[in-house]
Design a protein around this ligand. Structure first.
Ligand SMILES: C[S@@+](CC[C@H](N)C(=O)[O-])C[C@H]1O[C@@H](n2cnc3c(N)ncnc32)[C@H](O)[C@@H]1O
Length: 283
């Protein structure tokens, strides 16, 4: 526990023990059907401590009492636990590689097999990743879009962030990596925010889904699962990666985040085609 200059004591991650974590976990499970067990404990404790500090709670019992009595705090905690940080063209070299090599390869495969190119943004947050792919397709693959069905699905566990994503209205800091040409063509200022054009929004379907439920995965030729896996325990990371491998046709591409990698047995099911950008091809 830390003492602040004002004399208040504030909770730190190490002040939440595993039993207390379980107590919060039960409340979330019962009230929001949200299971914390798939995530790393340390990560969850750090996030809970943030909410406890902002409510000036002195101990976990007080915070559990607050959680039981406040729907709003339950929603805020869920939002904090699921971490929605994202922006357009996050890690630009990955999107350059996608445009220059991966999408041409996947379209060539689709033309050969006469199948669609199905794209999935898994852990989609505010939609920035899925819309970045849609912008690339619209700008550079307009002819392919006319002849090859290219549905883009984006899923997240949090319905609130999906509502935000569907609106496509972003503050400027989310657009730092968007070129001025793209901004001019596809974003219109609305107050101090920017509205993404309908033609791009219309290319992406947002649906709620828990990526821990691997039985529900559908086949996709391109899966972007970036900066989300990192919060899961190692066994759950493996389960999710196997779920992707099970549902992905041979030749499909999986992209992970910069600080993520394939773990365990699943390494045998993919070949690494661009280690730098964490791109893997299904064998
Ligand atoms: C840090 S964001 C990543 C956004 C984007 N992929 C990117 O790289 O910019 C992580 C997202 O994963 C979502 N998430 C966390 N647990 C999830 C789960 N079990 N199933 C689906 N989405 C989940 C969170 O709600 C959050 O929006």
């Amino acid at each position: 526990m830390l003492n602040s200059p004002s004399g208040h004591t504030f909770f730190e991650t190490m002040d939440i023990d595993d039993d207390e974590l379980s107590e919060i976990s039960v409340i979330l499970e019962l009230r929001r059907n949200f299971s914390m067990s798939v995530y790393k404990n340390k990560c969850m404790k750090r996030r809970i401590a943030i909410r406890m500090r902002s409510n000036r709670c002195q101990n976990v019992a007080d915070y559990c009492h607050l959680l039981r009595s406040s729907e709003q705090e339950l929603d805020l905690l869920l939002k904090t636990l699921t971490i929605h940080v994202s922006h357009f063209f996050r890690n630009p070299p990955m999107f350059d590689k996608l445009r220059a090599e991966i999408l041409p390869l996947l379209y060539a495969q689709s033309r050969k097999s006469g199948t669609a190119l199905r794209i999935w943004s898994l852990g989609a947050a505010g939609g920035e990743e899925a819309y970045s792919v849609a912008l690339i397709l619209q700008e550079h693959f307009a002819d392919d879009l006319l002849t090859i069905p290219t549905p883009i699905k984006a899923t997240d566990i949090d319905n609130g962030i999906l509502e935000f994503a569907r609106c496509g209205l972003y503050s400027e800091d989310r657009l730092n990596e968007v070129s001025s040409e793209l901004r001019e063509r596809y974003f219109s200022p609305q107050g101090n925010r920017f509205q993404l054009a309908f033609e791009i929004r219309n290319m992406v379907t947002f649906t709620q889904g828990n990526m821990a439920n691997t039985g529900s995965y559908a086949a996709h030729e391109l899966v972007l699962c970036r900066n989300t896996l990192i919060y899961f325990t190692r066994p759950d990371q493996e389960k999710i990666l196997h779920g992707v491998a099970d549902s992905m046709p041979p030749g499909g591409i999986l992209v992970l985040g910069k600080s993520e990698t394939l773990v365990g047995d699943v390494r045998r099911r993919f070949s690494s085609i661009c280690p730098e950008e964490r791109m893997y091809q299904r064998i």
